[in-house]
Each structure stands twice: as structure tokens, then as C-alpha cells.
Design a protein around this ligand. Sequence first.
Ligand code: COA
Length: 330
Amino acid sequence: MQNTGIAITGSGSAIPATFLDNQGLTKLVETSDEWIITRTGIRQRRIAKKDESLAALAATASKRAIAMAGITPPELDLILLATSTPDDLFGSACQIQALLGATRAVAFDLTAACSGFVFGLVTAAQFIKTNVYKNVLLVGADILSRWVNWQDRRTCILFGDAAGAVVLQANQSDRLLGFELKSDGSQNNCLNLPFHGQSKELTPGVFISQGNFQPITMNGKEVYRFAVQKVPEVIDKALFRANLCAEQIDWLLLHQANQRILDAVAQRLNIPQQKVISNIAYYGNTSAASIPLALDEAVRQGKIKSNDIIAASGFGAGLTWGAAIFQWGR
Ligand code: COA
């Protein structure tokens, strides 16, 4: 019999050594520890130095996930990197492949901002379900500190850097129980990091555009409203697909964007606080890394146990949002 079910068999994470607390931010912008904690729940975030590349951070997280899964890098068939901040615009997944020595694996990047991990999980699962690949490494990693405007107090307080990874393996029973993914490009201007080009005439009549990516811009109130409305909807849909109800969830694992968003979503779904995984106080919003980082911490702390049912949901720029219901372990 072919094993076309999916099991998530290992997790790992990595964070830069440098941390920046709210007090430190008061030296950059007019803000206070109290304002940031009250509005976001964030106390500190990690910041990657110049020599801490995204690929290196991702490779460290990956090695831990691969070790937990009990496989070796040459056994990997596919490496999927969810990121919006690659070291190289052509993609960073191949650099992770080289750092790991995952010689057989095909590797590519996937961009869906803070939804990247959930979108990547579903994408990775399709290769296993169709019996194409058996061992897939999914990494969520972001170094948004590269792209934050550190003079903008409405955004710079939110973000941090990290990497998280999981190994998905072909399995007899399918542990990915249901999912739902969504996009709405008409709201792209709520949260973006756009390319700004200057028009230059290359030869008579031939114009090119060259420039740079601009720092993150965000309409905080709109993004907040979007998250609190859309995330419960998408989790409900994924639960429906899984033939489960909210009471059957062991853990609610949301993208760690804002503690108030986590609380409001849990309240709408009627999920008690003790089932909500939160580590936002220590890392801020680490974009595609936030879900696998929080997952890995909860697994290593012994909170998440084999067979626990997890409702994960990512949301962010695009706009994109999605949910996946899965059971931890084989
Ligand atoms: N420190 C102190 N004051 C600040 C501040 C800061 N860091 N940032 C904004 N303020 C001020 C504003 O200037 C405003 O003052 P004003 O009323 O005199 O103009 C006041 O605080 C309220 O600002 P507002 O933007 O309305 O705050 P808010 O309650 O919406 O909270 C966010 C701001 C960003 C915390 C909140 O909107 C949010 O979390 N949104 C979701 C963002 C998110 O999750 N993005 C990523 C998704 S992946």
C-alpha cells in the first residue's frame, strides 16, 4: 500500500542572539514599554546581525527538525522555504540545501508573507499526497528587521527575526486533517513592502525601471480588523473540512502578530486561554517563522504531545490568510 498520508515528525527553530527590548526602542522612536505591551503584548524581539544570513538561520532550525524526525539530510526530497526576506531575490532555499548537504532535494522559495508557513504546509503536503515525495523539509524564516523603517513607531515595534522548520513525511494515516487558504489582492495596500523604481531611458524609446524595495508600510487598524474577522472564518472552514468542531482542538496556534489578535480570535472561536499558544512577548511578529517557532517551543516544552490536534492559522500581507488542522506526530 502506498503511504500518501502526511505526518509532521520533527520541528526545529533558531533565533539570533541579539535582542532588542521595548526600552531599547524608546531610544529610536517616541514610544514606551507600557504602550507596546498594552497594544501588542510584545516585550522584546530578536535582531539578526549582518553576518547572520537568512539561509544560516534557516539551516540551524532545519538541522534540529531533521534530527527530531530521525532522518538525514540526503533523505530529503524537497526543501520549501517560506520567506519574504531572502538573502537573494532569486531565492534562498538552494543555499539551505547546500548548507544541509541535502544533495537529493529540490529546493525553492514560496512567498506568502506571514501566511507563508501555512501555505507552505499545504503545498508540501500535495507532493506527498500525490506520492511524488516522501520526506519534505518546510522552513519558515524571515529577517524583517532588514525592511522595517526604524523611524516609524507604528510598525517598528512589531517585528522580529527568526526561523522555524518542520519535517513532513509520508505516513499511513493522514495527519493533515483539513485546510483552507485565501487571498485578496485588492487589499494589498494595507500591508506591503513595494518595489519603487525610477524610470530610465536605456536607448532611445526603451525605458527600464531600477530602484529599491521600500520599508514596510501598514494600515494597522485595517490589518487588525481583517485578522480578527477573517481568521476565525478560515479556521471554522478548515475544521468543517476536518469534520471537527472547535472544542476538539487541543491547541490554537496562530501567527504571532499581536496578543490582542490572539485573544480576540480565541474568544470568537470560544477556545479557552490555556489552549492558546503564545510566545509573542519574546519574539514579536517573526512573519513566516512565527508558527513553526511557537510550535517547536511548545513541542520541546512537552506542551504539545503526540496526537494532539492543532489548529494553525497564518495571515498577513497579500493579503493572504489560511488555516490548517493537523495532528502532531506520526
Ligand atoms: N508608541 C506610542 N504611541 C503610538 C505608537 C507607539 N509605538 N504607535 C502609534 N502610536 C499612537 C498613534 O500615533 C496614535 O496617536 P494619535 O491618536 O494621537 O494619532 C495612537 O497611538 C493610536 O494609534 P493607532 O494606530 O490607532 O493604534 P492601534 O490601537 O490601532 O494600535 C497597532 C496599533 C499597530 C498595535 C494595531 O493597529 C495592530 O496591532 N494592528 C495589526 C498589525 C499587525 O498585526 N500587522 C501584521 C500582520 S501580519
